[in-house]
Design a protein around this ligand. Structure first.
Ligand code: FES
Ligand SMILES: [Fe+2]
Length: 451
């Protein structure tokens, strides 16, 4: 357990995080020791998002991703199998690959020339017969591979911990919602592909500011995004009654904060008053082909889901990724006061090019480093962090009391806890799971039944 001696008194993590009452010390956002513990306890053990199989369709394709602060390679080997390797040479640590993505049937280290095959085997060592006398056990010095990898409807996840539960058990009641995040708009499983390249940029803030508040802080929208909402740069534009978002089906539903407190996953969800898929809403004011395409896809989806309720949520998979809404938002820790933000945009695999282009342009003006919406968000996160660093400022707690004591279960969404749509239930759930990870010595202790 981490003890913080820098603050007024020696406080344990449990003292610092009273998620039940909504009092949380700023120390957990600004303290270097706690940050180092997060890398071990959370990013060294949790299932993390790595990428998507559409980024590496052919043998030898690779995508350089990250887990926590560390570079990893998502690689499709010569036989077509996917792997996730730590991007470090087993000889003396050099990065074996410095490209963001590409194709190679061999990773040759630029330092002394050790070579690795796409399945991670060390296959080439210069001077192997002469200097090494053929004695080096190459089979013991391949690339370091993650302990477990999961291909979840095309999305790739991995963990360093061999004792972690299966990815499905890690998700718990979130499985159906996350599965739908990777559906095509016709309702078909694994129906998406990712645009390339990935947007990457760094924010001067702790990773939990975006990681825990995105899809967990509905209260900020009316204030923070007021101007972008008025600007109406969504697909419909102002004339069609749109705002910054695409307009969802107008079928009767109620929006909630929906979270799984014992697991830390959750976001904004809807409970519908009737089964099936609502009628199509004209969406693409200036790209009629996109409207025709999405209308047709929606009809197919309606056939698939006729009679079924589609209650569910898109949002955070603990600890640091948001999935849904045609994008994946991933916040990597990069030092206690720096977050490296990655943005992947998704589109139907089979969509015609003009539809893909329309989707890409909308996402670029909507979010990412040059998009209007996240520019608003970054102003807050990037100022809140330094304003919390001072000797006096860090003595004060943050307030997460919005909705405390008003969460409840609902039979229509088993496993979830509901609260009013504007609240901080999702953030309290993530803080609770954060505390579990930071205190637990093993995955055995992290089982929800034991918490
Ligand atoms: S560090 Fe890679 S070959 Fe020496
Ligand atoms: Fe926002």
């Amino acid at each position: 357990m981490v003890h913080i001696s820098r603050s007024r008194q020696d406080r344990s993590l449990r003292d610092l995080v009273d998620w039940e009452q909504g009092h949380v010390s700023r120390e957990i956002y600004v303290n270097e020791d706690i940050y180092q513990q997060e890398l071990e306890q959370i990013f060294g053990r949790a299932w993390l998002f790595v990428g998507h199989e559409s980024q590496v369709p052919n043998p030898g394709d690779f995508f350089q991703s990250r887990m926590g602060e560390e570079s990893v390679l998502l690689v499709r080997d010569r036989k077509g199998e996917l792997h996730v390797f730590l991007n470090t040479c087993r000889h003396r640590g050099m990065k074996v690959c410095r490209y963001d993505e590409g194709n190679s049937l061999l990773f040759t280290c630029p330092f002394h020339g050790w070579s690795y095959d796409t399945d991670g085997r060390l296959v080439g060592v210069p001077n192997f017969q002469t200097a090494y006398r053929g004695e080096l056990d190459k089979s013991a010095w391949g690339l370091h591979e993650v302990a477990q990898m999961s291909n979840f409807y095309g999305s790739i996840w991995a963990t360093w911990d061999p004792k972690a539960p299966s990815f499905e058990d890690f998700l718990g009641a979130f499985v159906p919602s996350l599965r739908r995040s990777f559906e095509g708009s016709d309702g078909g499983d694994n129906g998406l592909e990712f645009f390339s390249p990935v947007q990457k940029w760094r924010l001067p803030t702790n990773w939990k500011f975006p990681g825990f508040s995105f899809a967990g802080d509905h209260a900020h929208g009316a204030m923070t995004h007021r101007s972008t909402t008025v600007a109406a740069f969504g697909p419909q534009g102002e004339l069609a009654g749109g705002d910054r978002h695409g307009v969802p089906s107008r079928w009767a539903s109620t929006e909630y904060e929906m979270s799984i407190p014992a697991l830390g996953h959750g976001g904004h969800g809807r409970i519908y008053e009737q089964p099936g898929v609502g009628p199509y809403v004209e969406t693409w004011q200036t790209v009629l082909q996109a409207d025709d395409y999405y209308h047709e896809m929606r009809d197919k989806k309606a056939e698939k889901y006729a009679g079924q309720y589609l209650h569910g949520v898109s949002g955070c998979v603990f600890p640091n990724v948001i999935c849904g809404g045609s994008r994946i938002l991933l916040w990597h820790p990069h030092g206690v006061g720096v977050t490296e933000s990655w943005r992947f945009y998704t589109v139907d695999k089979g969509a015609p090019k003009p539809v893909k282009d329309a989707q890409r342009r909308y996402m670029m003006r909507y979010c990412g480093p040059g998009g209007m919406t996240e520019s608003d968000d970054m102003e807050n996160w990037n100022y809140a962090y330094p304003a919390s660093l001072g000797t006096v400022a860090r003595r004060l707690d943050y307030n997460f009391q919005n909705g405390v004591g008003h969460a409840y279960a609902d039979d229509r969404v088993p496993g979830f806890t509901l609260n009013y749509r504007i609240g901080e239930e999702n953030q309290r759930s993530r803080l609770r799971r954060w505390l579990d990870f930071m205190e637990a010595g093993s995955w055995d202790e992290l089982s929800p039944a034991k918490r």
